[in-house]
Design a protein around this ligand. Structure first.
Ligand code: DMJ
Length: 457
């Protein structure tokens, strides 16, 4: 993304020469997929791109090694999909020995249901439907378990019985990327059933999770907020929202619901302004953190970046500057950036998650790098849930297999993406992200209302 080809080539060679997955190590299927499989595939796609928009990222004598490594890793993850009565995978697998004896039969919806982008890309690059088939089967199994009453899914399920152990339906931890990957799978592969599921899920989320005034930028009432409810009854389960949920405005931008995205983003930004970070859980009733750590998560920056791309309102550059400055001020450590143990006390932990580089820094960089190849028209990119870049191109649209679930009718033929409702802002940017120089994306009395709601004023 920064166009540093020599470092990229050095890193790829190091990975090829030194990384092996033949390890007696138990990993989480989801984390290994989004962090490791996703980065191998993304780098492979960049290396083999005939257009090379990021500079010369080709590798001398490259023989698809990263793709082979991705294949090797995915094969080692496959045992997680065996011996499960529902088709929903085990959450953990040993890279050498398969699923450990007496493994936990419970998994979260996001962990089991957000593997389709990476597994689908792999299948389509290899011409082997196995990987896409298992990931798709998991999504369909979860989808079939949604409540008849609300259409919502819970957050923890038993992979043998299909019984919901966690009945909480929300947009944060345990659920987030499930929704994200329904839409992103559609964007990448063009399979209409994915869009149909996403549109359905989005409607149910609006009906049961969204509270507050109907329109974001007009009318009476509280600013909209997405709460955690019981999946069967739709009743409120608690009064917190989590930091992971801040990805949702970004997803709303992708579906074209920019107006609503602006509102939810503003709420999270107000919390950020109060603490200089996002607490892992924030109790909107008590106006205080419930869980006070901040592991350098990217979600707010991600939404900020996508909202800037959609609106070009300099407000989002201002937000980005603000986030950047607090990261520098509170999280910078001698050898990197540190997890905040407590957002009020600003104590640190000796821990920097890989998503800080692959997402938080990447989205911040891209926010300000207007001329990046990622933004050039003609180049179409999508970010995986771990921020890895994949090109949206024809080769992922063509599956070599006819129908990997024969016998099922394609009921989604008529589905269309929601209409894009982008908001137009005239750009008075001048690259000076000063609050007084531009139009706020929300009415100023609404901004104050949100600030009051998080105890900022
Ligand atoms: C990332 O690993 C991914 O975005 C994942 O989907 C959930 N969130 C973390 C970072 O917070």
């Amino acid at each position: 993304v920064m166009g540093n080809s020599s470092e990229f080539q050095k890193a790829v060679k190091l990975v090829i020469d030194t990384v092996s997955f033949d390890k007696d190590s138990t990993v989480q299927v989801f984390e290994a997929t989004i962090r490791v499989l996703g980065s191998l595939l993304s780098a492979h796609i960049i290396i083999t791109d005939t257009k090379q928009p990021f500079g010369d990222m080709t590798i001398k004598d490259y023989d698809n090694e990263l793709l082979h490594m991705a294949h090797d890793l995915a094969v080692r993850l496959l045992p997680a999909f065996e011996n499960t009565k529902t088709g929903i995978p085990y959450p953990r697998v040993n890279l050498k020995k398969g699923v450990p004896p007496n493994s936990n039969n419970e998994t979260c919806t996001a962990g089991a249901g957000s593997l389709l982008v990476e597994f689908g890309i792999l299948s389509r690059l290899l011409g082997d439907s196995t990987f896409e088939w298992v990931a798709r089967r998991a999504v369909k199994a979860l989808w079939s378990l949604r409540s008849n009453n609300t259409g919502l899914l819970g957050n923890v399920v038993n992979i043998q019985t299909g019984h919901w152990v966690g009945k909480q339906s929300g947009l944060g931890a345990g659920s987030d990327s499930f929704y994200e990957y329904l839409l992103k799978s559609y964007i990448l592969f063009g399979e209409k059933e994915d869009l149909e599921m996403f549109n359905d899920a989005y409607r149910n989320i609006q009906n049961h999770l969204r509270r507050g005034r109907e329109a974001c930028n007009e009318g009476e009432g509280d600013p909209p907020l997405y709460v955690n409810v019981n999946m069967f009854t739709g009743q409120l389960m608690n009064t917190w929202i989590d930091s992971l949920q801040a990805f949702f405005p970004g997803l709303q931008v992708l579906i074209g619901d920019v107006e609503d995205a602006i509102c939810l983003h503003a709420f999270y930004y107000a919390i950020w302004k109060r603490y200089g970070a996002l607490p892992e859980r924030y109790n909107w009733q008590l106006q205080a953190p419930d869980v006070p750590f901040y592991p350098l998560r990217p979600e707010l920056v991600e939404s900020t970046y996508l909202l800037y791309q959609a609106t070009k309102n300099p407000f989002y550059l201002h937000v980005g500057m603000d986030i950047l400055q607090s990261l520098e001020k509170y999280t910078k450590a001698k050898c990197g950036y540190a997890t905040l143990h407590h957002v009020v006390e600003k104590t640190k932990e000796d821990r920097m998650e890989s998503f800080f580089l692959s997402e938080t820094c990447k989205y911040l960089y891209l926010l300000f790098d207007e001329d990046n190849p990622v933004h050039k028209s003609g180049n179409k990119y999508m970010f995986t849930t771990e921020g890895h870049i994949v090109s949206v191109d024809e080769r992922f649209r063509n599956s070599l297999w006819q129908d990997i679930f024969p016998g099922e009718e394609d009921s989604a033929e008529k589905v269309k993406p929601n209409e894009l409702k982008a908001v137009n802002f005239s750009s008075n940017c001048n690259r000076v992200p000063d609050e007084r120089r531009y139009l706020l994306p929300l009415k100023s009395n609404y901004m104050r209302q949100i600030d009051r709601m998080v105890g900022l004023i």
